[in-house]
Design a protein around this ligand. Structure first.
Ligand code: HSE
Length: 435
């Protein structure tokens, strides 16, 4: 049988990796897919240096790829949102199947793209959009299809994880750690996407939809990055038996769904707390299976290509099957997506790590504990540190039991108004991640 022709948009890191993996593993891939898969044409701004483009028609015009009559599958690896959206909609209108690694695009416009794909009877596959090489979309959408997913928690931005690991293990400062992550090629073109949590929010949006069967709702997420995490907090958390991780967290509650991305203290004994460096991991708790953990490289040329090629194999396997019987984009049948509300952050319940800077004088702790007590906030642990050399204020670290975010916001406002409290309170949420 003739090989399937792929048109590639983008020949950067992941595009080059995809060409290389398809060539190197051609024999195995053909044995799996039942047909060969070859890149027949590609478009990119510049001719690539790191991959062998022999036999691939090269163009600088991406429309020549999506309009090519011989292409059956378009692989979009150019990133960005507007042009990618336009090209994919055109590929779909042309009846092409699509594979993309574009998390921002799926998180923001996936609902529109999937509707267009359904109407045209083509597939849009996006395994590479979340956690690079970890087959997490397939695991949740297919492998856990018998479960009610209760919650999931993911280290889904390698740059943040690399930076927090470097701050903990090597005493690095924020800027130094970021420069290193950029040098290694993990950071987004605009690293604010990483350190401000936007990249993780894109990925969590996608995970939550396939876990809970809800439409993609990027705008409803609560998003925090890691800019406010200091080396001091990393050390204090460690002393209390916790690691600080930048986590994407989604939980189904009776009132609605929590969707949030923020730094989180996790007990250090949890496996996921020990995922260090640029690696990603996603912990998924299903009612039947219990906790399951998926670990691997979340970025990089060939790990991401691994997911792109797996999607290509999936598409080739179902090229002839009835569109109605394909795996639905968001795991649940399109007409069975739920309108479960996304909870406002004030209604979310977690435990907290609080770090206060306060004058070392009588009555300060009494004021703080009174404010917490009046709002029903129970303290689990409290540590006061020696004042730093030449300073007359001290750090007070508090761990609280679970409380609604709204109550905690109110308590923090009152604590910050105390004369004796000398700086804004640092608040990091705590999740036990037990069953
Ligand atoms: N910038 C992303 C990260 C790359 O650091 O995880 C993969 O999406």
């Amino acid at each position: 049988m003739k090989p399937v022709n792929v048109g590639l948009l983008g020949l950067g890191t992941v595009g080059g990796g995809t060409v290389n993996v398809l060539r190197r593993n051609a024999h195995e891939i053909t044995r799996r897919a039942g047909r060969g898969i070859r890149v027949s044409c590609a478009a990119a701004r510049d001719r690539p240096r790191d991959c062998n483009v022999e036999g691939i028609r090269f163009s600088r015009d991406p429309y020549s790829v999506v309009d090519d009559p011989d292409v059956q599958i378009v692989v979009e690896l150019i990133g960005g949102v507007e042009l990618a959206r336009e090209l994919i909609l055109r590929a779909i209108a042309n009846g092409r199947h699509v594979v993309t690694a574009n998390k921002a695009l799926i998180a923001r416009h996936g609902n529109e793209l999937f509707a267009a794909a359904r109407a045209r009877g083509v597939m849009v596959a996006f395994e590479a959009a979340v956690a690079g090489g970890i087959p997490i979309i397939k695991a949740i959408r297919e492998g856990l299809a018998g479960n009610r997913i209760e919650w999931l928690a993911g280290i889904i931005n390698g740059t943040c994880n690399y930076m927090l690991s470097a701050m903990r293990e090597e005493g690095r400062e924020f800027d130094e750690a970021l420069a290193e992550a950029q040098r290694l090629g993990y950071a987004e073109a605009d690293p604010a996407f990483d350190v401000d949590g936007i990249d993780a929010a894109h990925k969590l949006t996608i995970l939550a939809s396939i876990a809970f069967g809800i439409p993609l709702q990027f705008d409803r997420l609560h998003v925090e990055g890691i800019r406010y995490i200091t080396r001091t907090d990393v050390v204090y958390a460690e002393e209390l038996g916790y690691r600080i991780k930048h986590l994407g967290f989604a939980r189904a509650t009776a009132q609605g769904i929590e969707l949030r991305v923020h730094p989180t203290l996790i007990p250090h004994r949890r496996l996921i707390a020990n995922v260090d460096g640029v690696m990603n991991a996603v912990l998924v708790n299903g009612d039947a299976v219990g906790p399951t953990l998926y670990y691997g490289a979340g970025a990089g040329a060939e790990p991401t290509a691994s997911a792109v090629v797996a999607d290509l194999v999936d598409v080739v396997r179902v090229l002839t099957s009835d569109p109605e019987n394909r795996v639905p984009h968001l795991a649940f049948q399109p007409d069975a997506l739920a309108d479960t509300p996304i909870l406002p952050m004030e209604a979310v319940e977690t435990a907290y790590y609080l770090r206060l800077q306060a004058l070392d004088q009588p009555g300060v702790l009494a004021d703080v504990t009174r404010i917490l007590g009046e709002r029903g906030i129970s303290i689990e642990a409290m540590v006061q540190k020696e004042p730093a050399e030449g300073q007359d204020d001290v750090s007070v670290i508090l761990l609280t039991h679970r409380v609604r975010e709204g109550q905690m916001n109110d308590a923090i406002q009152h604590i910050e108004r105390l004369q004796s409290v000398t700086a804004p309170v640092t608040r990091i949420r705590v999740e036990g991640l037990g069953r």
